[in-house]
Design a protein around this ligand. Structure first.
Ligand code: ZN
Length: 135
């Protein structure tokens, strides 16, 4: 992949490796928050049979969270999928790099939008294209 000239100097591999645990934590917390919200939405759904409500043990298992995520619709599910993908990229060492042009995305930008896959320039380009299609 060809890389555009970076807007700013990317940290060294060592520096980025040191950032991985921090972003892993940010992403896990985002996901936990979404799952908690989803849980609330589902349990408030009056069509849900009382027997279907999870007990504490269910809530503690990853399997349950998995099936819960599967039952989610719309925005929350979409966001959780994005977080899963971001965690995968983080483990693969691809997280800090734009999936479109390969440029360094930037730590500040990733802190603000932990699931982003694009550098700011590609994001702006994408938004311009979307606006062009929409009009
Ligand atoms: Zn880019």
């Amino acid at each position: 992949m060809e890389r555009d000239a970076p807007e700013f100097e990317a940290p060294s591999d060592e520096e980025l490796a040191a950032e991985v645990p921090r972003f892993r934590k940010i992403l896990f917390e985002e996901k936990a928050k979404l799952l908690r919200n989803a849980q609330r939405t589902l349990t408030e759904d009056m069509t849900l049979d009382q027997d279907d409500l999870p007990d504490e043990m269910d809530l503690a298992t990853a399997d349950y969270n998995q099936s819960l995520a599967f039952r989610l619709r719309g925005r929350e599910r979409h966001l959780i999928e994005k977080i899963e993908a971001a965690l995968e990229r983080l483990e693969d060492g691809e997280y800090f790099w734009c999936t479109s042009c390969g440029a360094f995305i930037g730590l500040k930008r990733l802190e603000a939008r932990p699931v982003t896959t694009l550098c700011i320039r590609c994001k702006e380009r994408q938004e311009r294209r979307e606006r062009a299609y929409a009009s």
